[in-house]
Design a protein around this ligand. Structure first.
Ligand code: COA
Length: 258
């Protein structure tokens, strides 16, 4: 059914593993297609009570959007890309069934944005979070500028967005970005235990909690449109071409401000 995801349903918990470990589970077009199919399944399958999203391999949850798909995009195409990412992550955020990120390594760029779109996050000690898009001459495009501010506050979010600084699991917990830090070995078990408790509650009440808590941030919807526009603007720059090319060529980017 999927080309980029592994899925299993255990005791009412649907575990989605993004399965491109050789590319650190980067979010390609195919991953988005698969995630949307998985979201349809979550909606329609009554046996699914709640969901865990995690990444394959010991190193990464998701190391970002797939940079190799960026280089040839026009400004309009890049804005559609951001819109598709935002729409998919909005489906996760607004899912009536709980969706929790089990972050097992790098959660960078689109990976951090994916984790932030989940209802909450549990991470292993080796997790690293950040929005390093400015290294590529880019800005986050899948909701990162909005949700990072919502989750950790404007000051720290501004610093992380502008500096591309990565934070470890302990700092992420201190900032409220994640709820628990576990060992790599106990990450899934710990996350499942929390969901076992949630799954024992009234599903409609749980769905009501999600809807009501999300409503707090409704007034910021306009910010997502601003993010798409700025993402498109970044795509039209020479620095973006230099940043993404330098990454793929494994060299340091030389930015010119154009
Ligand atoms: N998009 C596409 N490919 C990616 C990727 C991404 N976001 N992140 C990692 N990869 C690929 C690498 O190109 C490499 O592929 P290759 O083996 O075919 O050359 C493979 O995954 C392993 O990554 P590598 O960089 O060799 O691992 P590392 O341990 O040296 O570094 C990171 C790990 C996470 C620090 C580094 O991969 C990185 O900086 N990734 C990009 C993070 C980013 O900018 N994300 C935001 C994107 S908008």
């Amino acid at each position: 059914m999927f080309t980029t995801l592994l899925t299993v349903l255990e005791n009412g918990i649907y575990i989605i593993t993004i399965n491109r470990p050789d590319k650190l589970n980067a979010l390609s077009k195919n991953v988005f297609t698969d995630l949307n199919i998985a979201l349809d399944e979550i909606n329609s399958n009554a046996e699914i009570k709640s969901v865990i999203i995690t990444g394959a391999g010991p190193k990464a949850f998701v190391a970002g959007a797939d940079i190799s798909e960026f280089n040839a995009l026009s400004k309009d195409q890049s804005m559609s890309l951001a819109k598709r990412g935002q729409d998919t992550f909005a489906r996760i955020e607004n899912s009536s069934k709980p969706i929790v990120a089990a972050v097992n390594g790098f959660a960078l760029g689109g990976g951090c944005e994916l984790a932030m779109s989940c209802h909450f996050r549990v991470a292993s000690e080796n997790a690293k979070f950040g929005q390093p898009e400015v290294n590529l001459g880019l800005i986050p495009g899948y909701g990162g500028t909005q949700r990072l501010v919502q989750l950790i506050g404007k000051g720290k979010a501004m610093e992380l967005l502008m500096s591309a600084h990565l934070i470890d699991a302990a700092e992420a917990k201190q900032l409220g970005l994640i709820n628990y830090v576990t060992t790599a070995e106990t990450l899934l078990e710990h996350t499942k235990k929390i969901l076992d408790i949630i799954n024992s509650k009234a599903p409609l009440a749980v769905a009501g909690c999600i809807k009501a808590a999300n409503a707090v941030f409704d007034e910021t919807k306009e910010g997502y449109a601003v993010e798409i526009e700025q993402f498109g603007n970044a795509f039209a720059t020479e620095d973006m071409k230099e940043g993404t090319t330098a990454f793929l060529e494994k060299r340091k980017a030389v930015f010119t401000g154009k």
